[in-house]
Design a protein around this ligand. Structure first.
Ligand code: UD1
Ligand code: CA
Length: 451
């Protein structure tokens, strides 16, 4: 049966104390919203509707960046979670099958858990994801008799007896799409908050003789982010999970507590990561790669057998082919290094293509920016770029060519040629000693004057 997702993301998240909508605060270098979407995406949903409100234009952009087919609906006023779900009704009017409601600020719900909820639909018309809370705090409480969920009581509306219940509402709800919208259309606001509570659909369902049930998950899965402190705690939990997964997948982490992952980081088996390595968004690393200590990587692809670092920075658009070596204090941006290229030390390569087995000497810089425009540098295969070469782009160095150390290359270098672009050296006999004598004398005279 097909499934659609409704992701609630209209709230401002007042307690974040931020101009940025809560669901756009980053966790693992990706907006919180992307985490919620990722769990649902694995169900191969027919439609995904994100309910946006505060900062809707930004939320829409972030949602579309995740998946261009996501639909956005505006909830102009945040009148409650039930009202938010109702806004999605027109977009899902003809959707068959089940709908799952997710919260954009709840990043850790697992796909397996959502599958368990879909399975439970065989027994219940409405399925709620619940958890046993160590500290139930202000969560909604699940009132259960046997296998049946009778109703959900919000904290503010609960009696002392109900507040003593430790089985809590995660917010995730699953029902047949038409049933869900029918129920939310009947919601009222007669409660402590004066809001349309999504949670009230359980009592409405039961009144109609529909069955409701609970699927339980671990409390860690339902962790919601409401404050910066909770965001920091979520980051810690996220990193712990990613580290454990990497180790499980056959990646060596020299000091796991200091490896930082992004939501979409992919690392192949038998790769090894040194201490203090940070993965920003969109990094893929093949098998058998070694990344040494203190590297910062984002938007790059590293192929089998490559070695990177220590202290390397790979920026977006960097592509390292097999067996490339990038050493210390090297920055690379929007550049492809073909197989076997070596860039050992102290180099900046930007907007360049470097052919296979070329060696880039220490201190090489592609001068790619003229203050207004960016220009490209093309270096052929098996070339040898001498130490401290400045390559003033746009410029081309042909295959099997060389540049002399300290050259400032402004014109293209033909294949197999040696380019020398520096002033010729001349030696003045005895001048070093004469100069030193002179300087020493001048200094002594100055000191005498001061006395
Ligand atoms: C909700 C549940 C509560 C549950 C808790 C779990 C209700 C009435 N209560 O309470 O039972 O224990 O989550 O974290 O559902 N949102 C909108 N539009 C709105 C209101 C909310 O899009 O008008 C979105 C928020 O952006 C957020 C999510 O819905 O992503 C949850 O809203 P929130 O106000 O945080 O609900 P809680 O009070 O935490
Ligand atoms: Ca909340």
């Amino acid at each position: 049966m097909s499934v659609s997702l409704i992701v609630l993301a209209a709230g401002r998240g007042t307690r974040m104390n931020s101009d940025l909508p809560k669901v756009l605060h980053p966790l693992g270098a990706a907006p919180l919203l992307h985490h919620a979407l990722q769990a649902g995406q694995s169900l191969d949903p027919a439609q995904i509707v994100v309910v946006a409100g505060y900062g809707a234009a930004m939320v829409e952009k972030a949602a579309r960046a995740y998946d261009a087919s996501i639909e956005i609906v505006l909830q102009a006023k945040q009148l409650g979670t039930g009202h938010a779900v109702a806004q999605a009704a027109p977009l899902l009017a003809s959707a068959a099958g089940n709908a799952i409601v997710l919260f954009g600020d709840t990043p850790f719900v697992r796909t397996e858990t959502l599958h368990a909820m879909l399975d439970a639909r065989a027994r219940h018309a409405v399925v709620v994801l619940g958890f046993e809370a160590a500290d139930p705090g202000r969560y909604g409480r699940l009132v259960v008799t046997g296998d049946h969920l009778e109703r959900i009581v919000e904290y503010n509306d609960a009696s002392d007896e109900e507040r003593a219940i430790t089985l809590c509402n995660s917010g995730v709800i699953c029902a047949e799409t038409s049933v869900l919208f029918d129920l939310v259309s009947k919601l009222g606001t007669a409660n402590a908050a004066g809001e349309y509570y999504l949670t009230d659909i359980i009592a409405l369902a039961r009144e109609r003789g529909l069955s409701a049930g609970v699927v339980k998950c671990d409390e860690a899965e339902t962790l919601g982010v409401n404050t910066r402190a909770e965001l920091a705690a979520a980051e810690t939990a996220f990193q712990a999970r990613m580290r454990a997964e990497a180790l499980e997948n056959g990646v060596t982490l020299a000091d796991p507590a200091t490896t930082y992952f992004a939501l979409d980081t992919v690392i192949g088996r038998d790769s090894s990561i040194g201490p203090n390595v940070v993965f920003g968004p969109r990094v893929t690393v093949e098998s058998g790669v070694e990344i040494k200590a203190f590297c910062h990587l984002e938007g790059c692809h590293i192929s089998r057998g490559a070695t990177v670092g220590p202290f390397a920075r790979l920026r977006p658009g960097t592509e390292l082919a097999e067996d490339v070596h990038v050493g210390n204090f090297v920055e690379i941006k929007n550049t492809v290094l073909a197989e076997g290229v070596k860039v050992g030390h102290l180099t900046y390569l930007g907007d360049a293509h470097v052919g296979e087995h070329t060696n880039i000497g220490a201190g090489t810089i592609t001068c790619n920016y003229d203050g207004v425009n960016k220009h490209r540098t093309e270096i052929g295969p098996r070339a040898f770029i001498g130490s401290n070469t400045m390559l003033i782009a746009p410029v081309t160095v042909g295959r099997d060519a060389m540049t002399a150390s300290g050259s400032v290359i402004t014109n293209s270098v033909p294949a197999e040629a040696l380019a020398i672009a520096r002033t010729k050296q001349s030696n003045k006999a005895g001048l070093a000693v004469k100069l030193l004598d002179m300087f020493t004398r001048i200094k002594a005279e100055r000191q005498k004057d001061r006395l």
